[in-house]
Design a protein around this ligand. Structure first.
Ligand code: NOJ
Length: 491
């Protein structure tokens, strides 16, 4: 039975923990994607441009100038992709709506062709017994709203989001099982408007904090709009946060860890889940802003009751106080944030790494879920994203292209096991979704990193389920975690 040992804590972590070999009844399994990362057809079907179209077409913004113009071609392969999902026996499929596909200017006229695409996708899922999980904002803001209001820097964008949420609730609210307002607003605001490595490429800490606040406000307004319009009785409303698992290197680094937790996590969980921006946040960011953009009554709007907290987990954030201002810090998306001159995010040696360079630490997920549930005991949690990029080799088995991705499969075994162990320790965690169904456009990193359990050949758009897809399909079908991964190898 494989085991892993944390080089930091010495904790030994067993894969295939015999106590969690079964998937508990009612536990949700699925796979996730996002519109700009898979759809392509960027200028088809009446879709308007988004900030990611503009950004990815800006020279130097993405690796090798990659864009989402074609991506995984999902817009034109939707029927085949639905059949693929059915063959994987998914309980749910998480996708995002391209706001500029349904409302090309972000507000005003609805593009019927765009709306039909999502409505048929939802129907196609339900026909196959798969519940739709919909994200409204997975970063691809309509360009018009960037031009008119400064995007998320402008308060008006939060109100445009409210109207968009209302229109989506009216259109799909009779069928969608789970709604999420935003996906990872941290990257949306701090990487997009502060560090400038994501669209729209603005580098200004105050603008990032403004964007974060307007995302929080939009979340609250969006929840209210969904509640007004959705009619499916048991539909759930959520937000997906990449709340970071923050671990200080030594006790002397505790304040650095506190600072990162405040600026990266509590800037969202404060208003959205706890009903206030914490005083620490205002103090820690005082050199950059006086928070004048928070108007009376805003925080009450942000603080709406929600049914589910979506959590994305990839790795532990190891933190230490910055000792040497010349130290070279590994590039991590969103590393520059208010306070980053005092805090260092680092990746310790000794861990397995993914193709992104991220450390593989499944125990982080287990402990994180337990701690998050202890903090918000009444809020069910769903792991809305977990997965890994690895360099895949396509080999030929009996004349068929095959990808034997044991590393990704092992990663998923460990992290699904971690999720179920957390549940056994009392975490209120109700599901686990793999990122991603398909290889796709990994934002500024382009098409190099492959996160899919299904390979996409970007020349032919041919889909090839990898061994990890076979394994996940077995998990979903048998409701157990197979301990022996069988794949036909050439004799
Ligand atoms: C977070 C994002 O939600 C998703 O879009 C991205 O591709 C994955 N994590 C991997 O970086």
């Amino acid at each position: 039975m494989p085991s892993r040992r944390s080089p930091l804590t010495g904790v030994t972590y067993m894969s295939h923990d015999p106590t969690v070999l079964s998937i508990p009844a009612g536990f949700t399994l699925g796979a996730a994607t996002a519109a700009y990362q898979i759809e392509g057809a960027a200028a088809e079907g009446g879709r308007g441009p988004s900030i990611w179209d503009t950004f990815s077409h800006t020279p130097g913004a993405t690796v090798e100038g990659a864009t989402g113009d074609v991506a995984a071609g999902h817009y034109h392969h939707v029927e085949a992709d639905l059949d693929l999902m059915a063959s994987l026996h998914l309980d749910v499929y998480r996708f995002s709506v391209s706001w500029s596909r349904v409302m090309p200017d972000g507000e005003g006229a609805v593009n019927a062709e765009g709306m039909t695409f999502y409505s048929e996708l939802v129907d196609g899922l339900i026909r196959r017994g798969i519940d739709p999980v919909v994200t409204l904002n997975h970063w691809d803001l309509p360009q018009t709203l960037e031009d008119k209001y400064g995007g998320w820097r402008g308060r008006e964008t939060a109100y445009a989001f409210e109207r968009y949420a209302e229109i989506m609730g009216q259109a799909l609210g009779d069928r969608v099982a789970i709604w999420s307002t935003h996906n990872e607003p941290w990257n949306n605001s701090f990487a997009g408007y502060g560090h400038g490595v994501f669209a729209p490429g603005v580098k200004n800490h105050e603008e990032a904090l403004k964007a974060a606040h307007h995302l929080n406000l939009a979340h609250g307004l969006g929840v209210q709009a969904l509640r007004r319009t959705i009619t499916k009785a048991d539909a759930k409303v959520s937000i997906v946060l990449n709340i970071f698992r923050v671990e200080p290197e030594t006790p002397d680094d505790a304040d650095a860890a506190r600072l990162f937790d405040t600026v990266a996590n509590q800037v969202f969980t404060g208003p959205v889940l706890d009903g206030a921006y914490p005083q620490d946040l205002l103090t820690d960011t005082a050199a950059f802003t006086d928070w004048h953009f928070v108007q009376p009554g805003d925080v009450e709007i942000c603080h709406q009751p929600i049914d589910l907290l979506g959590v994305n987990y990839y790795e532990i954030m190891h933190i230490r106080r910055r000792r040497d201002h010349d130290v070279s810090v590994e590039a991590m998306g969103g590393t520059e944030f208010p306070g980053s001159e005092r805090v260092e995010l680092f990746r310790p040696g000794g861990f397995d790494r993914t193709a992104m360079g991220w450390t593989v630490e499944p125990w982080g997920l287990e402990n994180h879920l337990v701690d998050l549930s202890a903090k918000w005991p009444d809020l069910p949690i769903m792991v809305m994203e977990n997965g890994a990029a690895f360099d895949d080799d396509v080999i030929d088995v009996d004349g068929r292209p095959t990808v034997l991705d044991w590393n990704r499969t092992q990663f998923l075994i460990d992290h699904l096991t971690a999720t179920l162990r957390a549940r056994e320790r009392g975490a209120n965690v109700s599901g686990y979704l793999v990122w991603s169904l398909l290889d796709n456009f990994e934002w500024a990193a382009g098409y190099g990193p492959r996160f899919g359990i299904v390979r996409v050949d970007y020349n032919t758009l041919l889909r090839t389920p990898k061994s990890s897809a076979q394994w996940f399909s077995d998990v979903c079908r048998t409701r157990t975690i197979p301990t022996i991964i069988a794949t036909a190898l050439p004799a």
